[in-house]
Design a protein around this ligand. Structure first.
Ligand code: NDP
Ligand code: HSE
Length: 426
């Protein structure tokens, strides 16, 4: 049998698209005898823009139809981001019988059901590895495992993990660490997606959609980001034996699903707490109690482009997309009902009886304190100190009610900070 030639139309030539072009040209030199990829056209928004990647000008176009209507093109790679335009491109490509690869988790979270169904209807491959580098191999196992997933915790956003790591290691503040992540190309076009938890939520929605056939509406998911975490909290957490990570958490009990995205304290030096920089990872426990995990770089030009290339090779090898596609309806647990331990930081006047007042309110709400640290003595006019408390397991509703009450005390100088503690998949 002769060599298989596959023609590609690429949308986008930014961080991801540029990486794909570079890796494709590297692959060309390797002279694979089974298949060859030919890049026929690259659609961009500004064809005249100066590029860091070398590309022949005759390949560039700003007309999507030059790719979508070209019968020679077998595979469309979408690396432009956004929702409306990318949705149109992907749907038209699938309807025209083209295999599609996308890194667009925001679109997949919003329109995953429609897009996966369109791929199945047209018997096309839909490659989504690049949309969540940390879990794609594991996702395939989870879909086909006869044993249901019970609990998953994951670090799904490279930018946030990079920022938290920089804050701890380099003692850098949040905004300068974010600027670096943007300059390297890790961050989304709107970095709020990264630091406010939406990108992590999108990746979790897609994963749950694949594993359970249920795409959770984003508005019903509890999402909190890392903006409120200060360098102080990272150090206090370290002193207590923890690291702070932005987590995706999913736990299934029967037909009830507890899903949430928020920063959390994790025991240091264990499992995904050890992942630094853009490293992403996931730990899963199934109903038998078997625990598996994996890690991968979660952002950046080459890690993402590599994931696109893996999907290209899958297509070349004639693999079909794997989804179980049985739509299920699961009940989402109300966030007020979750139970966990909490890290609380109060900025209060350094006065006799302050601690008793705070612990009294917590006690009235059924919250038991595990440990307390007070940092130094209040100085100067402000006379404020930080008090850090770790609670035993408590209900979210009780914690929120007690913090509202504590916040109204005249001795409180700053809104109390709450970070949940995550016990892991055990
Ligand atoms: P960039 O902003 O770096 O690049 C976007 C590219 O899309 C640009 O080349 C731009 O053209 C082009 N473009 C924008 N609109 C259109 C349009 N309507 N038609 C044709 N081309 C268009 O984005 P990234 O490469 O960082 O991200 C792309 C996608 O990959 C996003 O969905 C993102 O979430 C995802 N992703 C990104 C990762 C990363 O580390 N950066 C990792 C994993 C996924 P021009 O250059 O002419 O302006
Ligand atoms: N902005 C995303 C991140 C890119 O930082 O994880 C990878 O999906």
């Amino acid at each position: 049998m002769g060599k298989k030639i596959l023609h590609i139309g690429l949308f986008g030539l930014g961080t991801v698209g540029g990486g794909v072009v570079k890796l494709l040209s590297r692959m060309k030199n390797e002279n694979n005898k089974d298949y060859e990829f030919i890049l026929d056209k690259v659609a961009v928004k500004h064809p005249k823009k100066r590029r860091s990647v070398a590309i022949s000008p005759h390949l560039l176009t700003d007309n999507p139809q030059e790719i979508l209507e070209n019968p020679k093109i077998d595979i469309v790679i979408e690396a432009i981001g956004g929702i409306n335009q990318s949705k149109k491109i992907i749907l038209q490509a699938l309807r025209n019988g083209k295999n599609v690869i996308t890194a667009n988790k925001a679109l997949l979270a919003k329109e995953g059901e429609l897009i996966f169904n369109e791929a199945i209807r047209n018997n096309c491959y839909l490659g989504i590895r690049a949309s969540n580098n940390a879990v794609y191999r594991l996702a395939e196992n989870l879909i086909f495992s006869p044993f249901k997933m019970k609990k998953l915790i994951g670090i799904f956003n490279g930018t946030s993990n990079y920022i938290l790591t920089q804050m701890e290691r380099k003692r850098e503040d949040f905004s300068s660490a974010l600027k670096k992540a943007q300059a390297i190309g890790y961050a989304e076009q709107n970095p709020s997606d990264d630091v406010d938890g939406y990108d992590t939520a999108n990746k979790l929605i897609v994963l749950i959609g694949l594993v359970f056939g249920y795409f959770i509406p984003a508005e019903s998911l509890f999402i909190e980001g890392i903006r409120k975490i200060s360098y102080k909290d990272i150090l206090f957490a370290k002193e207590l034996g923890y690291k702070i990570k932005l987590l995706a958490i999913a736990q299934r009990k029967g037909e009830e699903l507890e899903v949430r995205v928020h920063p959390a304290l994790l025991i240091r030096d264990k499992g995904i707490a050890r992942l630094n920089g853009i490293e992403n990872g996931v730990e899963v426990r199934d109903e038998i109690g078997v625990e598996v995990g994996m890690q991968a770089p979660g952002a950046g030009k080459y890690p993402t482009a590599m994931a696109v290339l893996e999907d290209l090779v899958y297509i070349a090898n004639g693999r079909k997309t794997s989804f179980p596609w049985q739509k299920k309806q699961l009940n989402l647990k109300d966030m007020n009902e979750i139970k966990t331990e909490y890290y609380l930081r109060f900025n209060v006047l350094d006065r006799v009886g302050v601690l008793a007042k705070i612990s009294g309110i917590l006690g009235n709400h059924d919250i038991s304190i595990n440990s307390v640290i007070q940092k130094g003595r209040g100085k100067g006019l402000n006379n404020a100190v930080s008090i850090i408390m770790l609670t035993h397991k408590a209900k979210e509703r009780d914690i929120q009610n007690s913090l509202r009450e504590i916040n109204n005390l005249p001795i409180v100088r700053e809104k109390p900070l709450l970070i949940r503690v995550e016990e892991g998949i055990c």
